[in-house]
Design a protein around this ligand. Structure first.
Ligand code: NAD
Length: 495
Protein backbone atom coordinates (compact mmCIF):
# COMPACT_ATOMS: atom_id res chain seq x y z
CA UNK A 1 0.00 0.00 0.00
CA UNK A 2 1.35 3.43 -0.86
CA UNK A 3 1.98 5.62 2.16
CA UNK A 4 0.76 9.15 2.69
CA UNK A 5 -2.01 9.10 0.09
CA UNK A 6 -4.84 10.82 1.89
CA UNK A 7 -7.45 9.61 -0.57
CA UNK A 8 -6.40 6.03 -1.29
CA UNK A 9 -9.38 4.50 0.54
CA UNK A 10 -12.00 6.76 -1.05
CA UNK A 11 -14.35 4.79 -3.27
CA UNK A 12 -16.46 5.40 -6.35
CA UNK A 13 -19.09 6.64 -3.90
CA UNK A 14 -17.35 10.02 -3.87
CA UNK A 15 -15.90 9.90 -7.40
CA UNK A 16 -17.28 12.59 -9.73
CA UNK A 17 -17.01 10.19 -12.70
CA UNK A 18 -19.90 8.00 -11.69
CA UNK A 19 -23.65 8.18 -12.00
CA UNK A 20 -25.52 6.86 -8.99
CA UNK A 21 -28.84 5.11 -9.19
CA UNK A 22 -30.97 3.38 -6.61
CA UNK A 23 -33.71 3.64 -4.05
CA UNK A 24 -32.02 5.95 -1.58
CA UNK A 25 -33.27 9.29 -0.36
CA UNK A 26 -30.22 11.37 -1.24
CA UNK A 27 -31.76 14.58 0.04
CA UNK A 28 -30.35 14.12 3.55
CA UNK A 29 -27.24 16.26 3.81
CA UNK A 30 -23.93 14.49 4.36
CA UNK A 31 -25.32 10.96 4.23
CA UNK A 32 -22.27 8.95 5.18
CA UNK A 33 -21.04 5.71 3.69
CA UNK A 34 -21.89 4.02 7.01
CA UNK A 35 -25.48 5.25 6.84
CA UNK A 36 -25.78 4.03 3.28
CA UNK A 37 -24.29 0.64 4.14
CA UNK A 38 -26.72 0.32 7.05
CA UNK A 39 -29.55 1.18 4.70
CA UNK A 40 -28.33 -1.45 2.23
CA UNK A 41 -28.07 -4.09 4.97
CA UNK A 42 -31.54 -3.31 6.23
CA UNK A 43 -33.07 -3.43 2.78
CA UNK A 44 -31.21 -6.53 1.67
CA UNK A 45 -28.43 -4.75 -0.24
CA UNK A 46 -28.01 -3.75 -3.83
CA UNK A 47 -30.02 -0.58 -3.59
CA UNK A 48 -27.37 1.86 -4.75
CA UNK A 49 -25.59 1.09 -7.94
CA UNK A 50 -22.90 3.00 -9.75
CA UNK A 51 -22.19 3.44 -13.41
CA UNK A 52 -18.77 4.77 -14.37
CA UNK A 53 -18.68 7.28 -17.22
CA UNK A 54 -14.97 6.68 -17.68
CA UNK A 55 -15.20 2.89 -17.58
CA UNK A 56 -18.63 1.99 -19.01
CA UNK A 57 -17.47 -1.62 -19.45
CA UNK A 58 -17.98 -2.07 -15.67
CA UNK A 59 -21.75 -1.89 -16.11
CA UNK A 60 -23.73 -1.43 -12.88
CA UNK A 61 -21.77 -2.13 -9.70
CA UNK A 62 -21.51 -1.40 -5.98
CA UNK A 63 -19.98 2.11 -5.61
CA UNK A 64 -18.19 1.11 -2.42
CA UNK A 65 -16.39 -1.80 -4.13
CA UNK A 66 -13.51 0.03 -5.83
CA UNK A 67 -11.08 2.39 -4.10
CA UNK A 68 -9.14 5.22 -5.75
CA UNK A 69 -5.98 3.21 -5.16
CA UNK A 70 -7.43 0.30 -7.12
CA UNK A 71 -8.95 2.31 -9.95
CA UNK A 72 -6.69 2.86 -12.98
CA UNK A 73 -8.37 6.23 -13.64
CA UNK A 74 -7.02 7.65 -10.36
CA UNK A 75 -3.30 8.23 -10.71
CA UNK A 76 -0.62 8.69 -8.13
CA UNK A 77 0.60 12.32 -7.78
CA UNK A 78 2.46 14.35 -5.17
CA UNK A 79 -0.91 15.50 -3.81
CA UNK A 80 -2.76 12.18 -3.64
CA UNK A 81 -4.48 10.21 -6.37
CA UNK A 82 -5.90 12.46 -9.08
CA UNK A 83 -8.26 11.50 -11.89
CA UNK A 84 -6.36 11.09 -15.16
CA UNK A 85 -6.79 14.27 -17.24
CA UNK A 86 -9.24 15.47 -14.61
CA UNK A 87 -11.50 18.19 -15.96
CA UNK A 88 -11.36 21.18 -13.62
CA UNK A 89 -13.19 24.44 -14.28
CA UNK A 90 -12.04 27.61 -12.55
CA UNK A 91 -14.57 30.39 -12.12
CA UNK A 92 -12.61 33.65 -11.86
CA UNK A 93 -9.61 32.24 -13.78
CA UNK A 94 -8.17 35.70 -14.56
CA UNK A 95 -7.67 36.57 -10.86
CA UNK A 96 -4.76 36.41 -8.41
CA UNK A 97 -5.58 32.87 -7.31
CA UNK A 98 -7.50 31.68 -10.37
CA UNK A 99 -4.68 32.22 -12.84
CA UNK A 100 -2.11 30.70 -10.50
CA UNK A 101 -4.29 27.62 -9.98
CA UNK A 102 -4.92 27.22 -13.72
CA UNK A 103 -1.20 26.89 -14.42
CA UNK A 104 -0.61 24.76 -11.34
CA UNK A 105 -3.33 22.23 -12.22
CA UNK A 106 -2.40 22.30 -15.91
CA UNK A 107 1.16 21.30 -14.97
CA UNK A 108 -0.28 18.44 -12.90
CA UNK A 109 -2.02 17.08 -16.00
CA UNK A 110 -5.56 18.37 -15.39
CA UNK A 111 -7.66 19.59 -18.32
CA UNK A 112 -8.26 23.14 -17.20
CA UNK A 113 -11.11 25.36 -18.34
CA UNK A 114 -12.26 28.64 -16.91
CA UNK A 115 -14.43 31.69 -17.12
CA UNK A 116 -14.01 35.32 -16.13
CA UNK A 117 -15.74 38.59 -17.01
CA UNK A 118 -12.66 40.74 -16.17
CA UNK A 119 -14.55 42.55 -13.43
CA UNK A 120 -11.46 42.62 -11.20
CA UNK A 121 -9.50 44.46 -13.89
CA UNK A 122 -12.41 46.91 -14.16
CA UNK A 123 -12.81 47.48 -10.40
CA UNK A 124 -9.10 48.23 -10.13
CA UNK A 125 -9.28 50.63 -13.08
CA UNK A 126 -12.32 52.34 -11.55
CA UNK A 127 -10.29 53.08 -8.38
CA UNK A 128 -7.49 54.55 -10.52
CA UNK A 129 -4.98 51.91 -9.53
CA UNK A 130 -3.21 48.95 -11.12
CA UNK A 131 -1.54 45.61 -10.41
CA UNK A 132 2.09 46.47 -9.70
CA UNK A 133 3.29 43.21 -11.23
CA UNK A 134 2.22 43.72 -14.85
CA UNK A 135 -0.11 41.02 -16.17
CA UNK A 136 -0.76 40.05 -19.77
CA UNK A 137 -4.15 40.13 -21.51
CA UNK A 138 -5.99 36.81 -21.42
CA UNK A 139 -5.21 35.91 -25.03
CA UNK A 140 -1.52 36.42 -24.38
CA UNK A 141 -1.73 34.48 -21.10
CA UNK A 142 -3.31 31.51 -22.86
CA UNK A 143 -0.74 31.64 -25.65
CA UNK A 144 2.17 31.79 -23.16
CA UNK A 145 0.73 28.90 -21.09
CA UNK A 146 0.83 26.76 -24.21
CA UNK A 147 4.20 27.97 -25.43
CA UNK A 148 6.09 27.90 -22.12
CA UNK A 149 4.37 25.15 -20.14
CA UNK A 150 2.61 23.15 -22.86
CA UNK A 151 -0.77 23.71 -21.21
CA UNK A 152 -4.02 24.16 -23.12
CA UNK A 153 -6.57 26.18 -21.17
CA UNK A 154 -10.11 26.42 -22.46
CA UNK A 155 -11.33 29.94 -21.63
CA UNK A 156 -14.67 31.67 -22.07
CA UNK A 157 -15.49 35.29 -21.22
CA UNK A 158 -18.59 34.87 -19.11
CA UNK A 159 -20.32 36.38 -16.09
CA UNK A 160 -21.27 33.80 -13.44
CA UNK A 161 -24.52 35.70 -12.97
CA UNK A 162 -25.49 34.63 -16.50
CA UNK A 163 -26.94 31.33 -15.38
CA UNK A 164 -28.04 30.22 -18.85
CA UNK A 165 -24.60 30.71 -20.41
CA UNK A 166 -22.86 29.18 -17.41
CA UNK A 167 -25.10 26.10 -17.58
CA UNK A 168 -24.36 25.70 -21.29
CA UNK A 169 -20.62 25.95 -20.70
CA UNK A 170 -20.81 23.41 -17.87
CA UNK A 171 -22.80 21.03 -20.09
CA UNK A 172 -20.21 21.40 -22.82
CA UNK A 173 -17.10 20.90 -20.63
CA UNK A 174 -18.57 18.56 -17.99
CA UNK A 175 -16.03 19.47 -15.30
CA UNK A 176 -15.38 16.93 -12.57
CA UNK A 177 -14.40 19.70 -10.16
CA UNK A 178 -15.30 23.39 -10.14
CA UNK A 179 -13.30 25.94 -8.16
CA UNK A 180 -15.37 29.05 -7.54
CA UNK A 181 -13.14 32.11 -7.09
CA UNK A 182 -15.35 34.48 -9.11
CA UNK A 183 -16.25 37.04 -6.49
CA UNK A 184 -15.22 40.51 -5.47
CA UNK A 185 -12.63 39.81 -2.74
CA UNK A 186 -12.42 43.18 -1.03
CA UNK A 187 -13.82 44.35 2.31
CA UNK A 188 -12.83 48.04 1.90
CA UNK A 189 -14.24 48.13 -1.66
CA UNK A 190 -17.59 46.93 -0.29
CA UNK A 191 -17.53 49.72 2.31
CA UNK A 192 -17.04 52.67 -0.09
CA UNK A 193 -20.73 53.54 -0.42
CA UNK A 194 -24.14 52.03 -1.14
CA UNK A 195 -23.41 51.36 -4.83
CA UNK A 196 -20.26 49.40 -3.99
CA UNK A 197 -21.86 47.46 -1.14
CA UNK A 198 -24.76 46.58 -3.44
CA UNK A 199 -22.50 45.53 -6.30
CA UNK A 200 -20.29 43.35 -4.11
CA UNK A 201 -23.22 41.62 -2.46
CA UNK A 202 -25.18 41.05 -5.66
CA UNK A 203 -22.11 39.92 -7.61
CA UNK A 204 -21.04 37.49 -4.91
CA UNK A 205 -24.34 36.21 -3.55
CA UNK A 206 -26.29 35.99 -6.82
CA UNK A 207 -23.17 34.71 -8.62
CA UNK A 208 -22.93 31.80 -6.20
CA UNK A 209 -26.66 31.14 -6.41
CA UNK A 210 -26.41 31.10 -10.20
CA UNK A 211 -23.45 28.70 -9.95
CA UNK A 212 -25.41 26.35 -7.68
CA UNK A 213 -28.44 26.26 -9.99
CA UNK A 214 -26.20 25.75 -13.04
CA UNK A 215 -24.31 22.88 -11.38
CA UNK A 216 -27.58 21.30 -10.29
CA UNK A 217 -28.82 21.36 -13.86
CA UNK A 218 -25.61 20.49 -15.72
CA UNK A 219 -23.14 18.55 -13.54
CA UNK A 220 -24.62 17.64 -10.13
CA UNK A 221 -21.94 15.00 -9.49
CA UNK A 222 -19.09 17.52 -9.83
CA UNK A 223 -17.22 18.75 -6.73
CA UNK A 224 -17.73 22.43 -5.94
CA UNK A 225 -14.80 24.04 -4.13
CA UNK A 226 -16.22 27.34 -2.93
CA UNK A 227 -14.06 30.10 -1.54
CA UNK A 228 -15.17 31.64 1.73
CA UNK A 229 -12.98 33.49 4.20
CA UNK A 230 -11.86 33.17 7.81
CA UNK A 231 -13.43 36.63 8.20
CA UNK A 232 -16.85 34.97 8.19
CA UNK A 233 -16.25 33.92 11.78
CA UNK A 234 -15.04 37.25 13.15
CA UNK A 235 -12.93 37.08 16.30
CA UNK A 236 -15.13 36.29 19.34
CA UNK A 237 -13.93 38.12 22.44
CA UNK A 238 -14.61 35.04 24.57
CA UNK A 239 -11.80 33.22 22.75
CA UNK A 240 -14.23 30.50 21.65
CA UNK A 241 -12.49 28.19 19.17
CA UNK A 242 -13.20 28.92 15.50
CA UNK A 243 -14.18 25.40 14.49
CA UNK A 244 -14.19 24.30 10.87
CA UNK A 245 -17.73 25.36 10.00
CA UNK A 246 -19.55 23.08 12.43
CA UNK A 247 -19.45 22.42 16.15
CA UNK A 248 -17.71 19.12 16.97
CA UNK A 249 -19.74 16.19 18.29
CA UNK A 250 -18.89 16.83 21.95
CA UNK A 251 -19.69 20.58 22.00
CA UNK A 252 -22.37 21.39 24.54
CA UNK A 253 -24.53 24.44 25.23
CA UNK A 254 -25.18 24.94 28.94
CA UNK A 255 -27.95 27.31 29.90
CA UNK A 256 -30.15 27.61 32.95
CA UNK A 257 -29.01 24.28 34.40
CA UNK A 258 -29.73 22.41 31.22
CA UNK A 259 -27.42 21.07 28.51
CA UNK A 260 -27.86 20.67 24.76
CA UNK A 261 -25.53 19.10 22.25
CA UNK A 262 -24.32 21.52 19.59
CA UNK A 263 -22.56 18.79 17.59
CA UNK A 264 -23.08 19.10 13.84
CA UNK A 265 -24.65 22.58 13.96
CA UNK A 266 -23.17 25.40 11.91
CA UNK A 267 -21.12 27.66 14.20
CA UNK A 268 -22.08 31.33 14.60
CA UNK A 269 -20.73 33.75 12.00
CA UNK A 270 -19.77 37.32 12.84
CA UNK A 271 -18.72 38.94 9.55
CA UNK A 272 -16.78 42.18 9.62
CA UNK A 273 -17.79 44.03 6.43
CA UNK A 274 -20.46 44.00 3.71
CA UNK A 275 -18.06 41.82 1.68
CA UNK A 276 -17.74 39.28 4.50
CA UNK A 277 -21.51 39.26 4.85
CA UNK A 278 -21.77 38.17 1.20
CA UNK A 279 -19.56 35.18 2.06
CA UNK A 280 -21.80 34.22 4.98
CA UNK A 281 -24.84 34.34 2.73
CA UNK A 282 -22.95 32.07 0.29
CA UNK A 283 -22.25 29.64 3.13
CA UNK A 284 -25.96 29.16 3.74
CA UNK A 285 -26.81 28.96 0.04
CA UNK A 286 -24.19 26.27 -0.61
CA UNK A 287 -25.12 24.36 2.55
CA UNK A 288 -28.78 24.30 1.58
CA UNK A 289 -28.11 23.39 -2.07
CA UNK A 290 -26.13 20.33 -0.91
CA UNK A 291 -29.13 19.33 1.18
CA UNK A 292 -31.83 19.98 -1.42
CA UNK A 293 -30.06 18.66 -4.51
CA UNK A 294 -27.49 16.19 -3.26
CA UNK A 295 -24.66 18.45 -4.49
CA UNK A 296 -21.21 18.08 -2.95
CA UNK A 297 -19.07 20.96 -1.83
CA UNK A 298 -16.14 22.05 0.26
CA UNK A 299 -16.42 25.59 1.56
CA UNK A 300 -12.91 26.89 2.11
CA UNK A 301 -12.57 29.44 4.91
CA UNK A 302 -9.39 30.87 3.52
CA UNK A 303 -6.89 32.90 5.51
CA UNK A 304 -5.25 35.97 3.98
CA UNK A 305 -3.03 35.00 1.06
CA UNK A 306 0.42 36.45 0.54
CA UNK A 307 3.11 35.96 -2.05
CA UNK A 308 4.00 35.90 -5.70
CA UNK A 309 5.52 32.54 -6.27
CA UNK A 310 4.76 29.23 -7.87
CA UNK A 311 7.18 27.67 -10.35
CA UNK A 312 4.58 28.14 -13.08
CA UNK A 313 3.82 31.85 -12.66
CA UNK A 314 7.55 32.53 -12.32
CA UNK A 315 8.34 30.68 -15.57
CA UNK A 316 7.75 33.70 -17.84
CA UNK A 317 6.77 37.37 -17.31
CA UNK A 318 3.61 36.76 -19.37
CA UNK A 319 2.55 34.08 -16.87
CA UNK A 320 2.79 36.28 -13.76
CA UNK A 321 -0.29 36.67 -11.61
CA UNK A 322 -1.61 40.03 -10.42
CA UNK A 323 -0.27 41.78 -7.30
CA UNK A 324 -2.18 44.73 -5.84
CA UNK A 325 -1.04 47.11 -3.14
CA UNK A 326 -3.76 49.78 -2.95
CA UNK A 327 -6.09 50.22 0.03
CA UNK A 328 -8.93 48.27 -1.60
CA UNK A 329 -7.33 45.26 -3.22
CA UNK A 330 -3.92 44.81 -1.60
CA UNK A 331 -3.68 42.11 1.08
CA UNK A 332 -1.69 43.02 4.14
CA UNK A 333 1.68 41.28 3.76
CA UNK A 334 1.81 42.14 0.06
CA UNK A 335 1.13 45.78 0.97
CA UNK A 336 3.81 45.81 3.68
CA UNK A 337 6.47 44.68 1.21
CA UNK A 338 5.45 47.33 -1.31
CA UNK A 339 5.46 50.03 1.40
CA UNK A 340 8.93 48.99 2.55
CA UNK A 341 10.22 49.30 -1.01
CA UNK A 342 9.00 52.85 -1.58
CA UNK A 343 9.82 54.12 1.94
CA UNK A 344 6.30 54.38 3.37
CA UNK A 345 6.30 53.27 7.01
CA UNK A 346 4.41 49.95 7.27
CA UNK A 347 0.87 50.80 8.27
CA UNK A 348 -0.84 49.23 11.27
CA UNK A 349 -4.46 50.15 11.96
CA UNK A 350 -5.15 51.22 15.56
CA UNK A 351 -3.31 49.13 18.15
CA UNK A 352 -1.98 46.77 15.47
CA UNK A 353 -2.66 43.85 17.80
CA UNK A 354 -5.28 42.26 15.53
CA UNK A 355 -4.64 38.59 14.79
CA UNK A 356 -5.38 36.94 11.46
CA UNK A 357 -4.74 33.60 9.73
CA UNK A 358 -2.38 33.53 6.72
CA UNK A 359 -1.23 31.18 4.00
CA UNK A 360 1.30 31.52 1.15
CA UNK A 361 0.10 31.48 -2.45
CA UNK A 362 1.79 28.18 -3.27
CA UNK A 363 0.49 26.48 -0.12
CA UNK A 364 -3.03 27.64 -0.97
CA UNK A 365 -2.67 25.97 -4.38
CA UNK A 366 -1.59 22.75 -2.70
CA UNK A 367 -4.65 22.83 -0.40
CA UNK A 368 -7.10 23.27 -3.27
CA UNK A 369 -5.46 20.41 -5.19
CA UNK A 370 -5.74 18.12 -2.19
CA UNK A 371 -9.41 18.99 -1.77
CA UNK A 372 -10.09 18.25 -5.44
CA UNK A 373 -8.35 14.90 -4.99
CA UNK A 374 -10.66 13.82 -2.17
CA UNK A 375 -14.15 14.76 -3.32
CA UNK A 376 -16.94 15.12 -0.80
CA UNK A 377 -19.61 12.45 -0.71
CA UNK A 378 -22.92 13.10 -2.47
CA UNK A 379 -24.87 15.61 -0.41
CA UNK A 380 -21.87 16.51 1.73
CA UNK A 381 -21.21 20.13 2.62
CA UNK A 382 -17.75 20.17 4.20
CA UNK A 383 -15.87 23.15 5.62
CA UNK A 384 -12.12 23.55 6.01
CA UNK A 385 -10.22 26.42 7.59
CA UNK A 386 -7.32 27.02 5.22
CA UNK A 387 -4.30 28.69 6.80
CA UNK A 388 -0.81 27.69 7.78
CA UNK A 389 -0.47 29.95 10.82
CA UNK A 390 -1.84 33.01 12.57
CA UNK A 391 -0.04 36.16 13.60
CA UNK A 392 -0.46 39.56 15.22
CA UNK A 393 -0.29 42.17 12.48
CA UNK A 394 2.39 44.03 14.44
CA UNK A 395 4.59 40.90 14.41
CA UNK A 396 4.16 40.60 10.65
CA UNK A 397 5.16 44.23 10.12
CA UNK A 398 8.24 43.60 12.24
CA UNK A 399 9.12 40.49 10.23
CA UNK A 400 8.79 42.33 6.90
CA UNK A 401 10.79 45.29 8.25
CA UNK A 402 13.56 43.00 9.52
CA UNK A 403 13.87 41.19 6.17
CA UNK A 404 13.79 44.48 4.26
CA UNK A 405 16.61 45.88 6.40
CA UNK A 406 18.78 42.80 6.75
CA UNK A 407 18.55 41.19 3.33
CA UNK A 408 17.76 44.18 1.10
CA UNK A 409 19.40 47.11 2.90
CA UNK A 410 16.19 49.15 3.13
CA UNK A 411 15.46 51.67 5.88
CA UNK A 412 12.03 50.42 7.02
CA UNK A 413 9.85 52.11 9.63
CA UNK A 414 6.50 51.09 11.10
CA UNK A 415 3.60 53.41 11.91
CA UNK A 416 0.32 53.09 13.74
CA UNK A 417 -2.50 55.07 12.13
CA UNK A 418 -6.16 55.65 12.97
CA UNK A 419 -8.22 52.53 12.33
CA UNK A 420 -10.78 53.15 9.54
CA UNK A 421 -12.45 49.79 10.27
CA UNK A 422 -14.81 48.78 13.04
CA UNK A 423 -13.07 45.81 14.65
CA UNK A 424 -11.53 44.74 17.92
CA UNK A 425 -7.89 45.69 18.01
CA UNK A 426 -6.99 43.37 20.90
CA UNK A 427 -8.66 39.99 21.02
CA UNK A 428 -8.05 36.31 21.58
CA UNK A 429 -7.93 34.14 18.44
CA UNK A 430 -8.27 30.40 18.53
CA UNK A 431 -8.74 28.99 15.02
CA UNK A 432 -8.91 25.23 14.46
CA UNK A 433 -7.22 24.31 11.17
CA UNK A 434 -6.38 20.64 11.48
CA UNK A 435 -8.54 19.13 8.73
CA UNK A 436 -6.31 20.04 5.81
CA UNK A 437 -3.17 18.54 7.39
CA UNK A 438 -4.91 15.61 9.11
CA UNK A 439 -7.48 14.53 6.54
CA UNK A 440 -6.05 15.87 3.28
CA UNK A 441 -2.31 15.51 3.87
CA UNK A 442 -1.48 19.23 3.56
CA UNK A 443 2.12 19.99 4.48
CA UNK A 444 3.17 23.64 4.65
CA UNK A 445 5.96 24.27 2.17
CA UNK A 446 6.54 28.03 2.28
CA UNK A 447 7.25 30.09 5.36
CA UNK A 448 6.71 33.82 5.65
CA UNK A 449 10.42 34.71 5.65
CA UNK A 450 11.10 32.81 2.43
CA UNK A 451 8.07 34.16 0.56
CA UNK A 452 8.61 37.74 1.78
CA UNK A 453 12.19 37.55 0.46
CA UNK A 454 10.88 36.39 -2.92
CA UNK A 455 8.43 39.31 -2.92
CA UNK A 456 11.19 41.82 -2.20
CA UNK A 457 13.32 40.38 -5.01
CA UNK A 458 10.50 40.68 -7.54
CA UNK A 459 9.08 44.02 -6.41
CA UNK A 460 12.49 45.68 -6.32
CA UNK A 461 12.84 45.22 -10.08
CA UNK A 462 12.93 48.79 -11.45
CA UNK A 463 9.80 48.56 -13.63
CA UNK A 464 7.75 47.13 -10.75
CA UNK A 465 9.17 49.55 -8.20
CA UNK A 466 8.19 52.46 -10.43
CA UNK A 467 4.65 51.04 -10.76
CA UNK A 468 4.45 51.05 -6.93
CA UNK A 469 5.74 54.65 -6.84
CA UNK A 470 3.08 55.68 -9.36
CA UNK A 471 0.29 54.53 -7.01
CA UNK A 472 1.86 55.34 -3.65
CA UNK A 473 -0.92 57.91 -2.99
CA UNK A 474 -3.43 55.01 -2.96
CA UNK A 475 -1.74 53.04 -0.19
CA UNK A 476 -2.93 54.88 2.95
CA UNK A 477 -6.65 54.19 3.49
CA UNK A 478 -9.35 56.81 2.95
CA UNK A 479 -12.34 54.44 3.13
CA UNK A 480 -13.82 54.38 6.62
CA UNK A 481 -16.43 51.89 7.84
CA UNK A 482 -18.23 54.93 9.29
CA UNK A 483 -18.71 56.28 5.77
CA UNK A 484 -16.38 59.27 6.05
CA UNK A 485 -13.72 59.80 3.42
CA UNK A 486 -10.44 61.14 4.73
CA UNK A 487 -6.91 59.89 4.89
CA UNK A 488 -6.09 58.23 8.21
CA UNK A 489 -3.76 60.17 10.50
CA UNK A 490 -0.62 58.84 12.11
CA UNK A 491 -0.75 57.96 15.82
CA UNK A 492 2.81 56.76 16.29
CA UNK A 493 5.96 56.12 14.25
CA UNK A 494 8.59 53.66 15.37
CA UNK A 495 11.68 52.02 13.96
N1 NAD B 1 -6.70 36.76 -1.86
C1 NAD B 1 -6.99 36.51 -0.58
O1 NAD B 1 -6.22 36.83 0.34
C2 NAD B 1 -8.29 35.82 -0.23
C3 NAD B 1 -8.51 35.45 1.11
C4 NAD B 1 -9.69 34.82 1.44
C5 NAD B 1 -10.62 34.54 0.46
N2 NAD B 1 -10.39 34.91 -0.83
C6 NAD B 1 -11.40 34.58 -1.85
O2 NAD B 1 -10.79 33.85 -2.90
C7 NAD B 1 -11.40 34.19 -4.15
C8 NAD B 1 -10.35 34.62 -5.16
O3 NAD B 1 -9.64 35.73 -4.63
P1 NAD B 1 -8.57 36.51 -5.47
O4 NAD B 1 -7.68 37.20 -4.51
O5 NAD B 1 -8.00 35.63 -6.52
O6 NAD B 1 -9.49 37.62 -6.16
P2 NAD B 1 -9.44 38.21 -7.66
O7 NAD B 1 -10.30 39.40 -7.69
O8 NAD B 1 -8.03 38.38 -8.09
O9 NAD B 1 -10.09 37.03 -8.52
C9 NAD B 1 -11.46 36.89 -8.71
C10 NAD B 1 -11.71 36.76 -10.20
O10 NAD B 1 -13.10 36.53 -10.40
C11 NAD B 1 -13.56 37.34 -11.45
N3 NAD B 1 -14.98 37.62 -11.22
C12 NAD B 1 -15.54 38.32 -10.20
N4 NAD B 1 -16.87 38.37 -10.37
C13 NAD B 1 -17.15 37.67 -11.49
C14 NAD B 1 -18.35 37.36 -12.19
N5 NAD B 1 -19.53 37.82 -11.76
N6 NAD B 1 -18.28 36.61 -13.31
C15 NAD B 1 -17.08 36.16 -13.75
N7 NAD B 1 -15.91 36.43 -13.15
C16 NAD B 1 -15.96 37.19 -12.03
C17 NAD B 1 -12.70 38.59 -11.40
O11 NAD B 1 -12.65 39.26 -12.63
C18 NAD B 1 -11.35 38.03 -10.97
O12 NAD B 1 -10.56 37.71 -12.09
C19 NAD B 1 -12.45 35.25 -3.84
O13 NAD B 1 -13.71 34.63 -3.67
C20 NAD B 1 -11.99 35.80 -2.50
O14 NAD B 1 -13.05 36.34 -1.76
C21 NAD B 1 -9.24 35.54 -1.20
Amino acid sequence: MKKGMHNKDCTCWSCPAINLAGKVDFRACGQSVEQIKKFQDEKGGGHIMAECRRRPELGLYDPMAITFQECPEWQDTEYGYLLKNMRVMILGIDGYLGWTLALWLGKLGCKVSGIDNYSRRNWVKERGTHTVVPIARMTERLHAAKEVLGIDIYFRELDVLDKVALTEFLKEVKPEAIVHYAECPSAPYSMIDFEHAKNVQSNNVIGTLSTLFAIHEAVPESTLIKLGTMGEYGAPLTGRPLFEGFFPADAVLKWQDKEWSLGGELTPRDPVSFYHISKVQDTFNVYEACKYWWLRSYDVMQGVIYGVHTDEVAADPRLRTRFDIDEWFGTIINRFVAQAIVGIPLTLYGAGEQIRGFIALEDAMQCITRLIAKPPEPGQYGVVNQMSGYYKLRELAETVAAIGKKSFGLDVQIQRVENPRVESERHPFNPIFSKLPDEFGFVQKDNIEQEVSRMFSLLLQPNIKSRIEEKRHLILPKTWWSGQKKEVERIELYK
